[in-house]
Write a protein that binds this ligand. Structure first.
Ligand code: DGY
Length: 319
């Protein structure tokens, strides 16, 4: 297959090799960093396909610079970084990588649930700084996880994988979304509206894509509906939460704590968040295992190859 492809940043194999083995001319910048806007606009020129990452803003201007491009393959399940409507109107296919990162993101969601409830990070810090006063009946008490209620916002694959793990913790499981999912019903989860989920859950975990409807879905009003003993977990997209409102809720102990992997304005955080002792903060690691990133790389490359071969890519997101 002839054609010129840009991969916007070094990614794990096997994606790049798959593209090269198919005969494509593949350009990958040598530095492990996001391209600047100017570099991106320059680099997409003359490409038949672009394999990009969630940190690349692929908007109308970039798509115009990429005139002749047939496909933009995002190596992520979320594709809020791509203006899909602008791509569609230019006849450019857009793909993502659903499935590949479901289990690793569910695992990390659970890492946050356990870490924030059981104060794992605070405990680790106490040990490392020599401040462990010795066992005490009041020392560093956290929240229970087993037998509690888990509320999942968004009835998709990752939420289901989180729910499946919760069965082992004998949790009651609620989920909110615009459609029932029989797979949730099969494990005893109950579909409720968002207000009921917020009011009833001990852990509220977010698993929605970022859209105009979900931006700031969790704002001060939503936070006020949560139990004061409840924890908010976010491994979806940062702007789903009004981060300043969250800082206020954490500071005032309006909620017990938060486990966050994503932020409104990555890589920055809202003022005050870093000082919240009741928050566990991770640097967007949901899919960050070697196996998952390799699977995402393969899936993105396969989508791109299908599009360039004139086939319907398996993970097409254009309507
Ligand atoms: C995704 O694929 O959307 C994840 O956020 C990447 O870690």
């Amino acid at each position: 297959m002839a054609g010129r492809v840009l991969i916007t940043r070094p990614i794990p194999e096997p994606g790049p090799d798959l593209l090269r083995e198919s005969g494509l001319d593949v350009e990958i910048p040598s530095e492990d960093r996001s391209l600047t806007r100017e570099e991106l606009l320059r680099s997409v020129r003359g490409r038949d396909g672009v394999l990009c990452l969630l940190t690349d803003q692929i908007d109308a201007e970039v798509l115009d610079a990429a005139s002749g491009c047939k496909v933009v393959a995002n190596m992520a399940v979320g594709y809020n970084n791509i203006d899909v409507a602008a791509a569609t109107s230019r006849g450019i296919l857009v793909t993502n990588t659903p499935g590949a990162l479901t289990e690793s993101t569910a695992d990390l969601t659970w890492a946050l649930i356990l870490a924030v409830a059981r104060r794992v990070v605070e405990g680790d810090e106490e040990m490392r700084t020599g401040r462990f006063p010795g066992w005490g009946p009041l020392h560093m008490l956290g929240g229970d996880v087993s037998g509690k209620t888990l509320g999942l916002v968004g009835p998709g694959r990752i939420a289901l994988a989180v729910a499946e793990r919760a069965v082992g913790f004998r949790m009651s499981i609620l989920y909110a979304g615009n459609r029932p999912n029989p797979a949730f019903d099969a494990i005893g989860a109950r579909l409720v509206d968002l207000d009921e989920l917020l009011a009833e859950s001990d852990f509220v975990s977010l698993h929605v894509p970022l859209t105009d409807r979900t931006r700031h879905l969790i704002d001060s009003r939503a936070l006020a509906k949560m139990k004061p003993t409840a924890y908010l977990i976010n491994t979806s997209r940062g702007p789903v939460v009004d981060e300043r409102a969250l800082v206020a809720a954490l500071d005032s102990r309006r909620i017990a704590g938060a486990g966050l992997d994503v932020y409104e304005d990555e890589p920055r955080m809202a003022p005050g968040l870093a000082g919240c002792r009741n928050a566990v903060l991770l640097p967007h690691l949901g899919s960050a295992t070697a196996g998952t990133r390799a699977a995402m790389s393969r899936q993105a490359a396969q989508n791109l190859l299908a599009a360039l071969a004139g086939r319907r890519p398996p993970d097409l997101v254009n309507p």
